[in-house]
Design a protein around this ligand. Sequence first.
Ligand code: 13P
Ligand code: ZN
Ligand code: NA
Length: 281
Amino acid sequence: SLVTSKEMLLEAQKGGYAVGAFNVENMEMVLAVIEAAEENNAPVMLQTTPSTVKYASLEMYSAMVAARAKSASVPVCIHLDHGTDYNLAIGAMDAGYTSVMIDGSHDSFEENIKKTKAVVDVAKAKGIPVEAELGKVGGKEDDLVSDGNANTDPMEAKEFVERTGVDSLAIGIGTAHGFYVGEPVLDKELVSKVKEVVSIPLVLHGASGLSDEDVRECVQRGMCKVNFATELRVAYTDAMKKLAKEKPETFDPKKYGTVSMAAVKEQVTNRMKVCGCIGKA
Ligand code: 13P
Ligand code: ZN
Ligand code: NA
């Protein structure tokens, strides 16, 4: 069934595991992610970035997820990832998204609070949970290779959460979107430090390219939601490319969709194991 992220993440926090949040681009990815969740009896979040929303529309992604979630045997949430502004965040809620992120991490501390608070005020009235970000995750969404980042200050995080009333918080610990050039340098102790002063669930961005050990330790230290995007896009397109190479006569889109869905499902299952959410639905 389609649910908000509120209870899902609080349950994860209580249970000491993380909910996997998987970025989807099309119907096949929606089906593959939810099927993986069902097979693993895991709660799951599907999310779309602004560039993905632009590719189809909020209504399209919301409708696809809702249609599949209706018959799902596990709780499913559809979340706006990296919402850039007030209008997009409100638009997502109006289109049926059951969770939104407002990302003011590139603004000043005060601007970020203002931007986040404005969305939280509307979302609270609608019963939709809000994720915000403080500190910076490196790289650029939709890019394969990542760059700079900024680690979160725990005391700022505490003040930010108190002043905005946000439901979950993405923090910078050295991760970046896309794959890493060389070894990522993570401040994993920072997760524990922020957790000590912030009571809401914490969110890890940029998990593609991180080792299973790194993700596992971040979850143990308090990350309750882990985002995976790039590696699913790569799994999806690699499977298509492989089929096109091996059987160039293939013209039925369903044939490509079938191999791509299998690849995404496998990747999602692997990451769910690392998040510890298997059997938690
Ligand atoms: P990756 O592309 O590194 O998995 O980052 C995912 C993410 O943080 C989506 O918001
Ligand atoms: Zn992200
Ligand atoms: Na990454």
